[in-house]
Design a protein around this ligand. Structure first.
Ligand code: MG
Length: 248
């Protein structure tokens, strides 16, 4: 059986992320079949339930506690979203939440469900978002029979790139994102050396194609590690089983 990681590697466009980058090897050239090349660390792949965290994951939400999160608007305050039955749910008006810990290059797993009874149309329906480094949004939206601008539908890189296909499940059903993200690189003067890159699997379907994240809006130099945040767009979207693996 293929592990999630091997599935991710198989699904990744070669130009986006070489497996050696995922395995955190030293960035140097090795002779073919070198036994000196560092052995990839061993982790236990999840045995049963797809999407369960492997042993080297940092669990950000296990269904019981928001301890890994805080208010994004006022980082001195705890996250004020609701917890019930193994999920957290946006409480309208309490604002976005963000991880207490900061991250750069990551593999992120997150499950979400928009309200079972949809309200509104387009961007009003089931809107939330997963913001890598607090600024690069993978859109969360009820895109099941709900037209909107393509670069704003579920799993779009908001305002930048539509998903290749619409893999949305009906409202109320749990959906998964498996995201591999490489942060942008800047030089000391703040000049962009390499744009951010992201590959999204939505419900196991790879969406983002081989191209790099477009630079729109223009990049501004930022820290190498920043919190991951989740959007309060005024809709009671639910999240569960959130974990991350650092790739740097
Ligand atoms: Mg959003």
């Amino acid at each position: 059986m293929r592990t999630l990681l091997s599935t991710l590697i198989a699904a990744l466009p070669a130009a986006a992320l070489a497996p050696s980058q995922l395995l955190a090897q030293e960035p140097r050239e090795w002779p073919i079949h070198s036994m000196e090349r560092p052995q990839p660390p061993v982790v236990r792949a999840a045995p049963a339930r797809a999407g369960a965290p492997p042993s080297d994951a940092i669990v950000l939400f296990d269904g019981r506690s928001l301890a890994a999160w805080r208010s994004a608007d006022d980082t001195t305050r705890p996250a004020r979203w609701r917890i019930a039955d193994g999920f957290m749910e946006v409480v309208k008006g309490t604002g976005a939440i963000e991880t207490r810990r900061a991250f750069g290059d990551v593999q992120l797993h997150i499950e979400w469900a928009s309200p079972a009874t949809p309200h509104g149309e387009g961007q009003e329906r089931g809107n939330s978002g997963v913001f890598l480094m607090g600024r690069y949004e993978v859109q969360v939206l009820d895109s099941y029979r709900n037209r909107t601008y393509p670069d704003g539908q579920a799993a779009a890189l908001y305002g930048q790139r539509p998903p290749l296909v619409n893999a949305s499940r009906p409202p109320g059903e749990w959906q998964t994102y498996d995201i591999v993200f490489r942060r942008p690189r800047f030089d000391a003067a703040g000049k962009l050396l390499q744009p951010a890159r992201v590959t999204v699997l939505h419900n196991g379907v790879e969406l983002t194609g081989p191209s790099a994240h477009q630079a729109r809006p223009p990049y501004e130099k930022h820290a190498d590690r920043l919190p991951i945040s989740l959007q309060d767009h005024g809709v009671a979207v639910r999240f569960r089983n959130v974990w991350v693996r650092e790739l740097e």
